[in-house]
Design a protein around this ligand. Structure first.
Ligand SMILES: [Zn+2]
Length: 258
């Protein structure tokens, strides 16, 4: 693991109750969506997907596996660095996310979706990280966050200060990593069962604008991935379905939601 954050001013981290509450909601969503099946065509299932129910006891048992200390110390701290697209900080966070997911027994398929795009600051390289539990599953439940931090104008009174973007959006990334870690054994079992709905984790790059938020200066990573998915056939779903047809739910985990 890198130690970039050690030399920088540390933000005050407080452990708050909502972390566990969010984990309960997320566990419920993941486990209720992973178990449904139907003979309908993929694109109709995408529109008509009905999650099955978990009992309160099942939800409590799964949520109790979330480890708040690991969430903050192991998953979050390495992300609390400046991580502008195409920089060393971004690369360090990419490595943290991919090495965390690679270390799990569920054996995630990890795809680095790198591309270049013009921005108000010139041509920039962006990298989305897409982890899929079972790439052969006809449909996916997609959990997404963005890991890039925002460029802020330099403060002449504190030129060394950098914007870490803890709640926007390092914490959602850490929550997704903790979810995958704490539920690793159950997710491995899901994968072995070859269920029709699998889990896909997306860590978007380039959500933030470089200057003013506009249709072209924002959401670089999600615009690119949506276009790529819409143009990539998904034979596991049906002969004329794309990767975008396979997504049954899209959840945004930005600070604005949390
Ligand atoms: Zn944001």
């Amino acid at each position: 693991r890198t130690n970039h954050w050690d030399s920088r001013p540390q933000p005050r981290l407080r452990r708050r109750g909502p972390t566990r509450d969010c984990a309960t909601v997320w566990v419920h969503i993941v486990f209720s969506c992973c178990s449904s099946s139907s003979p309908l065509p993929c694109f109709l299932l995408q529109l008509s997907h009905k999650p099955s129910k978990c009992s309160p006891a099942q939800i409590r048992r799964l949520a109790s596996q979330v480890d708040g200390t690991r969430l903050w110390e192991t998953h979050l701290r390495p992300i609390l660095i400046e991580r502008l697209p195409g920089t060393q900080g971004s690369l360090a966070v990419q490595q943290h996310i991919t090495s965390t997911l690679s270390s799990l027994s569920a054996d995630w398929s990890i795809d680095l979706d790198s591309f270049q795009s013009p921005t108000p600051r010139g041509q920039v390289t962006f990298t989305n990280i897409v982890a899929t539990l079972d790439p052969m599953a006809p449909r996916r439940l997609l959990l997404a966050c963005h890991y890039d931090s925002k460029v802020l104008p330099a403060d002449p009174r504190a030129p060394e200060k950098v914007f870490l973007g803890a709640s926007d959006s390092a914490v959602p990334c850490a929550m997704i990593l903790e979810l995958a870690t704490s539920l690793d054994a159950q997710l491995r079992t899901f994968k072995q069962q070859r269920l029709p709905v699998s889990l896909q984790l997306v860590f978007f790059d380039g959500e933030e604008s470089f200057e003013e938020w506009t249709a072209t200066d924002s959401l670089y990573g999600s615009r690119h991935l949506a276009e790529r998915m819409a143009n990539t056939p998904h034979p596991a779903a049906s002969s004329h379905a794309t990767m975008l047809h396979a997504v049954v739910r899209k959840l945004q985990t930005q600070s604005h939601v949390l």
